[in-house]
Design a binder for this molecule. Structure first.
Ligand code: 5GP
Length: 179
């Protein structure tokens, strides 16, 4: 049995989410925003973040998946579920759990920018900066982390451990992690 090692505690996450929400609320100054959560990993972050925001906000989801190992470097991303509503003329804030190579977020920004939003910004809970392959701008960032496999607060290990209240580290090859 392997329990994830705590990297970012629940208290630290909650404090940072409140700080980010205050900064975002201040920047949008009461303008309505469409929050686009990227499934599945961002669902908990988006839930907490959205409850601390003060401007009018609607919530949409997209589900994407990277193509297999061999092709991820091409940046090819498959859209599994698209937005249900038009974002034309809307202020859009994409909410991601993690930015690793940056390819997923880069692809999403390219795609969403073709739909003529009034503005398009990004918010990510964690970023592995040393892994970046493309320059993608994260306007609101929770934490920079080292190149480790993280779980919890929405992030999974083979679909497990998403509901942990903290962000922990596991060995990605450990099949017993969390048992
Ligand atoms: P990208 O490399 O395109 O920035 O990130 C692709 C996806 O890989 C992320 O959205 C996330 O689903 C997954 N990912 C990358 N690093 C980690 C990690 O440390 N833990 C988990 N659970 N998922 C990760």
């Amino acid at each position: 049995m392997t329990t994830p090692r705590i990297l970012i505690s629940e208290a630290d996450i909650q404090r940072r989410v409140r700080e980010l929400a205050a900064e975002i609320s201040n920047d949008y100054a009461g303008e309505p925003v469409t929050l686009v959560g990227v499934l599945k990993g961002a669902f908990i972050f988006l839930a907490d973040l959205s409850r601390h925001l003060t401007m009018p906000r609607s919530i949409e989801f997209m589900a994407v998946s990277s193509y297999g190992m061999g092709t991820t470097s091409s940046g090819a991303v498959r859209v599994l579920m698209d937005l249900r509503r038009s974002i034309e003329g809307r202020h859009v804030l994409v909410v991601e759990d993690i930015v690793d190579t940056g390819l997923t977020l880069h692809y999403l920004l390219e795609l969403l920018s073709t739909r003529d939003p009034a503005s398009l910004k990004t918010c990510a809970l964690v970023r592995k900066k040393e892994r970046h392959e493309v320059d993608v701008k994260v306007d609101y960032l929770g934490f920079d982390i080292p190149n480790v496999w993280v779980v919890g607060y929405g992030l999974d290990h083979a679909e497990d451990l998403r509901a942990l209240p903290y962000i922990g580290v596991v060995d990605p090859d450990d099949e017993t992690a969390g048992e």
